[in-house]
Design a protein around this ligand. Structure first.
Ligand code: ZN
Length: 288
């Protein structure tokens, strides 16, 4: 990008310092998460997902199966964090999106190592980070005042928090796309992996529309819920307060209970500012 004024050497240095600090913090976060995963049963889940991916390719030997999605369901439990450095729990609660991204990178590097180690038997050499999809669940966040989300206060949290509410509306199960895999049928042998989309991409080489390996499409069910916090029901008339229901997106790996209108549910998650309509993204949902 062209700039009318050159940045001064001091601002350059401070930018580098900020970037270095951010990078070293990312590195520290990943080391903490990797050590947590290695010590827990979650490592076995990751290895099982990697093994299923490599075995599938060994059986079929279809080149397109090297691009298949590797879906890893990871249930994190709050109590397991208590034996780990405090920084890890602080990161998870204060910066849930950063935590999720760091988990994804760690899971990818563990799967990549597994693929490399088993390469001589399987014939698979590498895997792309785009193929790795972590489905995270977070169980047992304590129901404490500072970790509760009360929308009537109009203070929208950025941290991991819980909301206890009554289910007043829900959608039918809806499908979201996890991953699609595409090929160019004009002979350029190009492939592309797309996340969250079924729209045909253009080939980078010949600019034609690509075709989908439909058998490799991975999807998942989710519901949108309207949850009225229970505090509103107990004290519905207070002047100068707006009582608002919370719109919750809950994916099928985030709960085991039945969803019934009028039921009381405790949802743990984070408020997603990136989505229009401002959804609360569930990491766990239980009926209480
Ligand atoms: Zn092409």
């Amino acid at each position: 990008m062209l700039s009318s004024a050159s940045p001064s050497p001091s601002s350059n240095t401070s930018n580098i310092q900020i970037n270095n600090t951010t990078l070293s913090q990312l590195f520290i976060n990943q080391r903490l998460i990797e050590s947590f995963l290695r010590k827990s049963i979650l490592l076995k889940i990751i290895e099982a997902a990697a093994s299923q991916y490599t075995k599938n390719y060994q059986q079929t030997k279809r080149p397109e199966d090297t691009l298949a999605a590797v879906i890893v369901q990871l249930p994190f439990a709050y109590k397991d964090f208590l034996d780990s450095p405090k920084e890890l729990l602080n990161l998870t609660i204060d910066e849930p999106i950063q935590f999720m991204n760091a988990v994804k990178y760690c899971v990818y590097s563990l799967i990549r190592d597994f693929v490399k180690q088993t390469s001589s038997e399987t014939g698979l050499k590498s895997i792309d980070i785009e193929q790795v999809h972590v489905q995270l669940r977070f169980i047992g966040l304590p129901y404490q005042q500072h970790l509760c989300f009360d929308p009537s206060k109009n203070l929208y949290p950025t941290n991991l928090c819980s909301v206890l509410g009554i289910l007043t509306a829900l959608t039918e199960p809806e499908k979201c796309v996890i991953q699609t895999v595409w090929f160019c049928s004009t002979g350029c042998l190009r492939n592309k992996i797309k996340k969250n989309s079924t729209e045909a991409p253009q080939c980078n080489s010949c600019s034609r529309s690509m075709s989908e390996y439909s058998k490799l499409r991975s999807i998942q069910n989710y519901h949108l819920l309207r949850l009225v916090p229970t505090g509103f029901v107990q004290t519905p008339i207070i002047l100068d307060k707006v009582f608002r229901a919370v719109l919750v997106r809950v994916k099928e790996h985030n709960y085991n209970c039945k969803l019934k209108l009028g039921g009381r549910y405790l949802v743990t998650g984070y408020y997603d500012y990136n989505k229009c309509g401002q959804e609360f993204q569930a990491w766990n949902l239980i009926n209480i």
